[in-house]
Design a protein around this ligand. Structure first.
Ligand code: FDP
Length: 336
């Protein structure tokens, strides 16, 4: 017998005392939006949905038509759920307020509508990433306090990859599960129950073209991965859609690394829309995530579009990363 995403989430919600079904209803808005997005992605090239939209987003990047479509789909679908007080999108400068002062508003949702924009026009995997917070206990009348919460406060997070199939990966803090969209049924079906990141993988994933601009400990770490010292002859894989690179890392193990570099000293990926959701999933699956200095989920954000370095992967690769960073910190403090 098949298990749909909705059935599975409803079952899981029974573990949360006082669950009313509102969260399951909210999730159905997210899944509906991703089905609408995937329908356009699957027809890209046949309809007028490829190419640049002509607009520039808050990040200063040219928006693709699919970026704009995905963002509108999510906003339209989420706006229909009265339990959502606030949404924040990577594509919008400010959070969108949906009645956060209403007593019915319980949740904030942040999302990257379409990650991997440079891959849209060449039929390479892209995806939607989301993260959900509960209404903050204090200062709930300040909209920013709903979304500027450390990643540890996420109550659920996930993504959908539009790849060789459409796969939703999701966690509400009770393990990570994967659901594949059955195009004939129009439903996400549970296909990957309780995903665990392998303790050690065989791939590392990084844009090595920037290696001359990486801080020294990252170079040392890469050298260690290549040396075979960890008992594996690592190979490299880099798609250039973080969500796709992370999906492979989650299923096959290894490590995804986007270090700070000379052009982006704070890193390039977004803490709220990219870093936090994958860090939450990684930890739930037995891995971990860092910004090079701290556990990523403990970082207190100060800006909704804040960037971050991101290193995320399995136990062995992350332990070696921490070792390289510690070694560097110790030699720095000995010199000072
Ligand atoms: P994109 O800008 O194409 O949407 O943060 C977005 C992201 O893609 C990530 O998905 C990807 O890993 C990264 O940027 C690629 O950046 P570089 O080209 O600098 O490697």
């Amino acid at each position: 017998m098949i298990t749909t995403f909705q059935q599975h989430v409803s079952e899981e919600q029974k573990h949360f005392p006082g669950a009313t079904g509102e969260f399951t209803w909210l999730m159905s808005a997210l899944t509906l939006a991703t089905k609408m997005i995937q329908a356009q992605v699957r027809r890209a090239g046949l309809t007028d949905i490829l190419g640049s939209h002509g607009s520039i987003n808050v990040q200063g990047e040219t928006q693709q038509k699919l970026d704009v479509y995905a963002n509108e789909c999510l906003i339209d679908c989420l706006t229909q759920r009265e339990t959502i007080g606030i949404i924040a999108s990577e594509e919008n400068e400010n959070p969108i307020l949906l009645g956060h002062t209403s007593p019915h508003a319980k949740y904030a949702i942040v999302f990257d509508p379409l990650d991997g924009s440079s891959n849209i026009d060449v039929a390479v995997t892209i995806g939607t990433i989301f993260s959900i917070f509960r209404r903050p206990d204090e200062r709930a009348d300040d909209p920013l306090s709903w979304v500027l919460q450390p990643g540890l406060k996420q109550i659920a997070a996930g993504y959908v990859v539009y790849g060789s199939s459409t796969v939703l990966v999701y966690s509400a803090g009770l393990g990570v599960h994967g659901y594949t969209l059955d195009p004939a049924l129009g439903s996400y079906i549970l296909t990957h129950e309780n995903i665990r990141i392998p303790r050690q993988g065989k791939y590392y994933s990084i844009n090595e073209a920037y290696c001359d601009k990486f801080p020294e400990p990252y170079l040392k770490y890469l050298k260690c991965l290549r040396s075979g010292d960890l008992g594996v002859n690592y190979s490299s894989r880099f798609i250039g859609s973080m969500v796709a690179d992370f999906h492979r890392t989650l299923l096959r193990g290894g490590v995804f690394i986007y270090p700070p570099n000379r052009d982006f000293p704070e890193g390039r990926l977004r803490l709220l829309y990219e870093g936090n959701p994958v860090a939450f999933l990684a930890e739930q699956a037995g891995g971990s995530a860092s910004n090079g200095k701290h556990r990523l989920l403990e970082v207190q954000p100060h800006d909704i579009h804040q960037r971050t370095p991101l290193i995320v992967g399995g136990e062995v690769e992350m332990a070696e990363f921490e070792r390289c960073m510690k070694e560097r910190a110790q030699s720095d403090s000995a010199t000072n």
